[in-house]
Design a binder for this molecule. Structure first.
Ligand code: JHZ
Length: 403
């Protein structure tokens, strides 16, 4: 049974950055109710009524996974590790974005799946065989026929975006070879609860995974979790290694460890999520208080990173361009546009000192360390970062390197 524990109010589609804010454009903006539920049967945390994926993964998809040095490094390191460990003959990536992961593979040995046509064009252009389609049973059958069984399937920040997980894992089960491994990583519900990072809930994050939920879900498709890793990427992610349940793979010691950890954190109890929802409401009040106080003193506040995540914050906390003057983002195709719902202007990175900016809200708090290094002159000059994780606050000196 699905039980709702959090209501994040009316939210737009996070990828729908606006070209302009004229009446006609605003009238067409789509909103839905972002309510989050916990499934008492399989422990899965999901959006109660997800948005239709055709509205989300269009030919105008803005996010580029290779935009951060942290992620480029992470994808390089996991691709090398997987090749060394599993020596796959044929591999596949689901949700290949701009090719940041598959670039580390030989073109003959990997295929890409990417439903956003503008992104699929990038990997096709790089010479990788790319299916510009959603991952589902019909595509799995097509791939099986053309490429045979796969030894390695990898996916980052994509499986959590797919509403129908049963079909997703069934399709994996069908295409995986007997020694094949499916490795996927997504934001971790345990970290969201720990850091009060409620901004990890937005239209694209249909589910937030735990070991408890995934181990149950894959079992129904004759698969088993053979290993699991907790990662620091994206403010706390979880990486699963899944294989056929009759494969020879032994279970890693990490399995017992994470099972214990999640039980200790009570991720299998509805009350944990109810308590989290109370903290989220408090977080909204605290963040508004900090920002309004700065504005009343005449301070200029901007934001760093026009993230999909921060869209949830702006819309839930009712933060608009009267509070956050503008947002800087290094992604070229976001620049010159406006954020969905609250219509804050996005511009290219600027010299914060020259522009006399004193306060910067970290929309991309998950890259606090990388941004702190980039902006060390600003920080040395007395500039301050603001974050909402784990509690809304103005960051003290030396706090930037903590995640
Ligand atoms: P970032 C997207 O979410 C959408 P977002 C998606 N649903 C998902 O799951 C995650 O990615 C993985 C910019 N930036 O990665 C670049 C700077 O401007 O936290 C990006 O626009 N300067 C697929 O948007 C944004 O911040 C910098 O120095 O929440 C970061 O977005 C750095 C490091 C980043 O994901």
């Amino acid at each position: 049974m699905k039980k709702i524990f959090l209501d994040l109010l009316k939210q737009p589609i996070t990828n729908s950055y606006l070209q302009n804010t004229d009446k006609k454009t605003l009238k067409k903006e789509f909103f839905y109710n972002l309510k989050i539920s916990y499934n008492t049967k399989n422990h899965l945390v999901s959006i109660f009524k997800p948005v239709n994926p055709n509205k989300q993964y269009t030919g105008k998809y803005a996010h580029r996974a290779s935009e951060s040095a942290t992620m480029r490094k992470s994808f390089k390191s996991i691709s090398e590790k997987l090749v060394k460990k599993f020596r796959p003959a044929v591999s596949m990536e689901i949700g290949s974005n701009d090719g940041v992961f598959i670039k580390n593979f030989s073109k003959k040995k990997v295929i890409a799946v990417e439903p956003c046509k503008n992104l699929a064009k990038i990997t096709k252009g790089l010479g990788y065989f790319t299916y510009d389609k959603f991952w589902n049973l019909s595509l799995a059958k097509k791939i099986l026929k053309s490429h045979g069984k796969l030894d390695l399937i990898y996916s980052a920040n994509t499986i959590s975006h797919i509403p129908n997980l049963n079909e997703t894992f069934k399709s994996i089960s069908l295409t995986l070879s007997n020694k094949g491994v499916f490795v996927f990583e997504d934001p971790y519900i345990g970290s969201v609860i720990k850091f009060n990072s409620y901004d990890q809930f937005y239209d694209e994050h249909v589910h937030l995974f735990s070991f408890l939920s995934i181990s149950k879900l894959v079992k129904t498709q004759n698969l088993k979790v053979i290993d699991v890793e907790l990662l620091s990427t994206h403010g706390g992610s979880i990486r699963f290694y899944v294989a056929k349940d009759r494969s020879d793979y032994k279970l890693s010691k990490n399995i017992a460890k994470i099972y214990k950890l999640e039980k200790k954190q009570k991720l299998h109890k509805f009350s944990t999520y109810k308590k989290f929802a109370v903290r989220v409401k408090k977080s909204k009040l605290q963040l508004n208080k900090i920002l309004k106080n700065l504005k009343s003193k005449g301070e200029r506040v901007i934001s760093y990173g026009a993230t999909y995540k921060s869209s949830t914050i702006y819309n839930y906390c009712n933060i608009n361009s009267k509070i956050i003057e503008f947002i800087t983002d290094s992604t070229k195709n976001k620049q010159g546009k406006f954020t969905p719902g609250k219509h804050i202007k996005i511009i290219a990175p600027i010299d914060l000192i020259k522009e006399k900016i004193n306060y910067v809200f970290l929309g991309a708090w998950n890259f606090a360390k990388e941004i702190s290094i980039k902006e060390k002159r600003f920080l040395k000059n007395g500039g301050k970062f603001i974050t909402h994780v784990p509690k809304p606050r103005i960051l003290r000196k030396n706090e930037y390197f903590s995640n």
